[in-house]
Ligand binder design. Structure first.
Ligand code: SAM
Length: 262
């Protein structure tokens, strides 16, 4: 509603300004100047002429369906979003974390993490399981960003442990679809509980799982992102604010508690 109203009354430049202000609102001291600096630094290491050529190659597809994954060639938008997401997690203030991006898609968030000095892996569906447009866009962009060999091709499945290669400090998932989003078998509390336990087992002590869910109002009504039982589960494990689910694993005790013999 507010979005529609602002589209009707505000010029595009002002709308853009509000958009980025809103995204930077909760970004732990990462302001507009920091965003532009980081964006410029990353872009200066990219072959932007090549990126324009890739985007041009998908122009007809994009014109047919502006919402399809070909939108991800827009570095101006998606890299800034990724930087804001990384900053919201405080990743600009730390170095050397091991991070895993589930459903990494084009790899923009991985690029933001690398820029902030972290070691990052991605995981996404095998390209052979994607539709042609998704496979082309995600492969081209992750290769372009130099992550071709860091994306594990794995389908996350309900009630199955993820075959991950290592342990992580942070596991993220933005615009989550692996929960069979908008399909008849969208995950409920049982599937989510299994996934949360599995992810927690892959996190180091003091680790963090952060997810941004996709909306599904026809299924979930006023709760939009989950049913009541799933919301209760998320809230019992961590913090839930609308689409954001933020779960931390306990830190290792500073002085390991030794076994008490009776
Ligand atoms: C909406 S896109 C989001 C991409 C990226 N995270 C972002 O925020 O821009 C959803 C991603 O999840 C991936 N995906 C969907 N189902 C999956 C599954 N079962 N296992 C792993 N990845 C999946 C898609 O291939 C796609 O890359």
């Amino acid at each position: 509603m507010l979005k529609k109203l602002s589209r009707a009354v505000l010029p595009a430049s002002l709308r853009d300004w509000f958009h980025w202000q809103r995204l930077l609102w909760n970004c732990a001291g990462f302001g507009p100047g920091d965003l532009e600096r980081a964006y410029g630094e990353i872009c200066s290491g990219l072959d932007l002429a090549r990126l324009r050529a890739l985007r041009e190659g998908m122009r007809a597809t994009r014109e047919r369906d502006p919402r399809c994954p070909a939108k991800y060639y827009d570095v101006e938008h998606w890299l800034r979003i990724a930087l804001c997401n990384a900053a919201r997690l405080g990743l600009h203030r730390r170095r050397g974390l091991r991070i895993l991006d589930l459903g990494c898609g084009p790899g923009w968030f991985m690029a933001a993490c690398r820029h902030f000095g972290h070691e990052v892996d991605g995981l996404d569906l095998p390209y052979g399981m994607m539709d042609d447009v998704s496979a082309r866009v995600y492969r081209e962009l992750t290769d372009f960003l130099g992550f071709g060999d860091r994306v594990q091709e794995t389908r996350i499945e309900a009630l199955k442990a993820m075959p991950l290669r290592g342990e992580y400090d942070v596991i993220v998932a933005f615009l989550v679809c692996f929960n069979n989003h908008k399909q008849p078998d969208t995950w409920g509390a049982r599937e989510w509980r299994f996934f949360l336990d599995d992810a927690a087992a892959r996190l180091r002590p003091g680790g963090r799982l952060f997810m941004q869910l996709n909306s599904d109002r026809p299924r979930f009504g006023k709760r939009v992102f989950y049913d009541a039982e799933t919301l209760e589960l998320f809230a019992a494990r961590g913090q839930v604010r609308g689409k954001m689910v933020d779960i931390r694993t306990p830190s290792a005790p500073r002085h390991p508690v030794s076994a008490v013999s009776s």
